[in-house]
Design a binder for this molecule. Structure first.
Ligand SMILES: NC(=O)c1ccc[n+]([C@@H]2O[C@H](COP(=O)([O-])OP(=O)(O)OC[C@H]3O[C@@H](n4cnc5c(N)ncnc54)[C@H](O)[C@@H]3O)[C@@H](O)[C@H]2O)c1
Length: 438
């Protein structure tokens, strides 16, 4: 395939060399005359492992050239990759000036070209950039409509400087944001020699994955550094502790706990976070990141309260009271905190939780219920229907699988605030559905 790469910085140079290695012909385009001259002479404008030979070979084979002529580059290629810089603006938002100007220039060049052209965004851009910004500019400047001789893909780049050539050759996956119904055949063909799964997603999702990946890396580092400092201050070999932490691929280094949902609670997480933080306090260690865990968790409960009360003073059915589904453990349950807050503000509330119900009837957790939440006990009902028939808002904390059919059948014109991420709720006719963190 013939590909023009706009922006020959770290990402663009590596992409150019590696795309030639995959068998394609590449034209590098930049606004810097110096970079164009270097690339055209077979010299890499960036320092990076393995890049010098890759660029020299590509240029010697006649498969890689460089220019500042946008029209010529678009005319002579089928696809344009964009890898211009997206630095921080003064207010912390991302500056998309270079993206805007390169997209407009490519769009104008497409207007004068016969045949179809695909544009691929490799730069890191915030969610919404494709639909709210780039596609309107492309359609306006090219005079074409997306899908009619004009295609646009978001294809975020996950390479790391220092090992970027290796990362390009063996990525964890290829992620493509595409318009509905577009299977991204062009990009699949370009990356065909790379043995990695290809995921096609809506534009906004693909754009977001790059963002949350980098934020997640930052979260991991902040956690490891602060927790390591706390351990070290108590004479622990923190590196060894972290090495062993990472040995657990079931709960620690895995998808476990890694999805938007509701606040954490129960008898372990809040207690152990407090206990660990007290180790930092004992040695006057500053751990601002970890100190935000409990207030951050409380903010999720506040968000749920606001999402519910925004609908006015309507009667509420709360599904789930124990801290998670499948247990009757009510200690530090965020649902208990939410229920108490609603009750304190005078909301009419009915609560259904199969396991708390059983514990209450069998006397299993009876003493806790009697001692700690006697005011909530009188609100417990014995089934989904009893909760739903007297309410207008259904708050879904968690629902046992055996109760889900009755829940779905009992919903009529309820406002449903989903704290559980229960996909089947979205298809219930007549309801108003709201997710909390999604
Ligand atoms: N550096 C990385 O490791 C890395 C990894 C993944 C993603 N990214 C993302 O990729 C994008 C590029 O990053 P980078 O580090 O390669 O940037 P960079 O600053 O090294 O290169 C950007 C290039 O774009 C050129 N440019 C600016 N405006 C142009 C225009 N109108 N036409 C043509 N060229 C133009 C600049 O002259 C420069 O050569 C950013 O969005 C970045 O966040 C970077």
């Amino acid at each position: 395939m013939r590909i023009s790469v706009f922006g020959i910085g770290y990402v663009g140079v590596v992409s150019s060399g590696c795309l030639v290695e995959l068998g394609h012909e590449v034209i590098g385009v930049d606004v810097s005359a110096e970079k164009i001259a270097m690339l055209a002479a077979g010299r890499s404008p960036i320092v990076e492992e393995a890049i010098d030979t890759l660029i020299a070979d590509a240029v010697n084979q006649g498969k890689l050239t460089a220019t500042d002529n946008v029209e010529d580059a678009v005319n002579r290629t089928d696809v344009s990759f964009i890898s211009v810089g997206t630095p921080s603006a003064a207010d912390g938002s991302v500056a998309l000036g270079a993206v805007d100007s390169v997209v407009a220039a490519i769009g104008r060049a497409i207007r004068g070209k016969s045949g179809s052209h695909a544009v691929v965004m490799r730069s890191t851009v915030p969610p919404g950039t494709a639909e709210d910004r780039v596609i309107p500019i492309l359609e306006r400047e090219s005079g074409r409509v997306l899908g009619e001789q004009l295609r646009y893909y978001s294809n975020p780049e996950f390479l790391r400087e220092g090992s970027s050539v290796r990362d390009f050759r063996s990525p964890p996956f290829t992620l493509i944001g595409a318009a509905a119904g577009d299977d991204a055949e062009v990009l699949r063909a370009i990356y065909a020699p790379i043995a990695a799964p290809v995921h096609v997603a809506p534009y906004r999702v693909a754009e977001s994955v790059k963002h949350i990946s980098n934020v997640y890396h930052a979260v991991k580092l902040a956690f490891a550094n602060e927790a390591g400092a706390i351990l070290a201050s108590h004479g622990v070999d923190a590196r060894e502790a972290f090495r062993l932490l990472c040995e657990d691929k079931v709960l620690n280094v895995s998808a476990a706990y890694l999805r938007p949902g509701f606040a954490f609670g129960g008898s372990c997480l809040p207690k152990d976070v407090r206990s660990f933080l007290s180790l930092a306090d004992a040695h006057n260690l500053s751990t601002p990141f970890l100190k935000q865990l409990l207030p951050g968790n409380q903010a999720i409960i506040d968000r749920a309260f606001e999402a519910i009360t925004r609908h006015g003073r309507l009667p509420i059915a709360l599904f789930g009271l124990a801290f998670k589904q499948g247990t009757d453990d009510l200690r530090e349950s965020p649902f208990v905190l939410l229920a108490e807050r609603l009750l304190g503000r005078g909301y009419e509330l009915r609560i259904y939780d199969r396991f708390v119900q059983v514990a209450r009837l069998m006397g299993a957790n009876r003493s806790y219920i009697d001692k700690e939440i006697p005011h909530l006990e009188r609100l417990l009902v014995d089934g989904p229907q009893a909760a739903l028939s007297a309410s207008r808002i259904a708050v879904i904390g968690h629902v046992a699988p055996e109760d889900q059919p009755a829940l779905l059948a009992g919903l009529t014109d309820h406002v449903v605030i989903d704290l559980a991420g229960m996909d089947t709720l979205r298809t219930v006719p007549g309801i108003v559905y709201e997710g909390l963190c999604w």
